[in-house]
Design a protein around this ligand. Structure first.
Ligand code: SAH
Length: 358
């Protein structure tokens, strides 16, 4: 591929086999030259739409109770070793207050699938956040819910929703999830969210058990068709209390390549350099930003609960993760040529005011 434009066109038009071949070229092995070319093109496109900005979101992991049994996840309901917690509404507000003072204007409320947080309760929480912090965006990441539930939460003021599709291949989906969960419902949720008017995030784990270059190609094809506003990708990391405990020793390499390719395929996407990336590689987050990512999500969860939101082993909750270290982090990003941005950081083409009227 001679230039970024050519690659962008290719990614947007190629079929499954061609994409898998392209991934083979860039991933096996991922040489420094190939990576450098990808990063260069990815950064040009990020610059074009978002400049050198890195958007900050304050992450609040408000419950680790989960009724699902995703085989890869440490929070799965059958993990009796998980120490479960829920934040109260007041504790969530306290996290927001602290976050607001630190400068955050987006709060991401993430949880397991916890029925305790009924529509009524979650709507109350969302509307209180919007009341107290009117200039902030609220992003939810609480899993699969009904159309009406998503609609009520949107009416209560939620702006965005993150729901990774995990894999766009049916067989692969069934390898990662119990039979009561289906790819079709996952996708339906994503389309419902978009129809309601949310800015929507899809995404997947890189190197998840059973992932191949072909299933990765299907992920890209799905993302190209769905056109999410945000894409969450990070390396799969084994959790000791799951069936995939000894699956492999994770690294950042393929995730960095995937981040660049996603930026090139969908240049306007908001793309986080995830905690998982920072967990497998000390410099993972900066490498992620340099590969084309443009969002960071420091953790505002009360310190005593952070270790318990254990999706995978060794999950980071200090350093870059800890919102308390924000000023140092901002300075460091500037030294790398980035501009820390604490605005709401909406998707570039998103008209909040008109969408909200519907
Ligand atoms: N219940 C919510 C939030 C789940 S946790 C939901 O269903 O969306 C958020 C993401 O963490 C998941 O979508 C998954 O992609 C990721 N995750 C879970 N287990 C992981 C693991 N072992 N390694 C890396 N990422 C993992």
């Amino acid at each position: 591929m001679k230039d970024g434009k050519g690659l962008s066109e290719y990614l947007n038009t190629a079929g499954k086999k061609e994409l898998a071949d392209l991934f083979r070229y860039y991933c096996e092995p991922a040489t420094a030259e190939k990576r450098a070319a990808l990063s260069l093109w990815a950064n040009e496109l990020r610059e074009k739409y978002y400049g050198s900005k890195v958007f900050f979101r304050g992450l609040i992991e408000f419950s680790n109770y989960c009724q699902n049994n995703c085989f890869y996840c440490g929070l799965q309901r059958s993990n009796s070793k998980a120490k479960r917690y829920r934040l109260t509404q007041e504790e969530i507000m306290e996290c927001c207050r602290k976050g607001y003072k630190l400068g955050f204007r987006t709060f991401v409320l993430q949880s397991g699938e916890d029925a305790y947080f009924s529509d009524t309760l979650l709507c109350k929480i969302v509307s209180q956040i919007k009341e107290l912090f009117a200039d902030c965006a609220v992003t939810l990441a609480c899993g699969e819910r009904s159309y009406n539930s998503y609609k009520s939460l949107f009416k209560a003021g939620a702006d965005r929703y993150l729901l990774r599709h995990e894999t766009a291949n049916e067989k692969h989906y069934a390898l990662l999830h119990p039979s009561e969960l289906s790819l079709s419902n996952r996708k339906k949720c994503l389309y419902n969210l978009k129809e309601i008017g949310y800015q929507v995030g899809a995404g997947f784990m890189v190197n998840s058990p059973g992932q191949s270059l072909e299933t990765l190609a299907e992920d890209f094809i799905f993302l190209k068709e769905f056109k999410p506003h945000m894409i969450g990708v990070g390396p799969f990391i084994p959790h000791k209390d799951t069936v995939f405990a000894d699956y492999y020793k994770p690294n950042s390499s393929r995730t960095l390549t995937v981040l660049s390719l996603l930026r090139i395929m969908l240049p306007k996407t908001l793309l986080p350099a995830t905690t998982a990336l920072g967990t497998v590689d000390e410099k993972g987050r900066e490498k992620g930003l340099l590969a084309g990512a443009n969002v960071l999500m420091p953790n505002l969860t009360p310190a005593k609960h952070r270790v318990d939101y254990s999706l995978y082993d060794q999950k980071l909750c200090t350093g870059w993760e800890a919102a308390e270290h924000l000023p140092d982090l901002a300075r460091y990003l500037e030294s790398l040529g980035f501009t820390p941005d604490f605005s709401r950081g909406d998707y570039i083409d998103f008209q909040t005011s008109t969408q909200r009227l519907t």
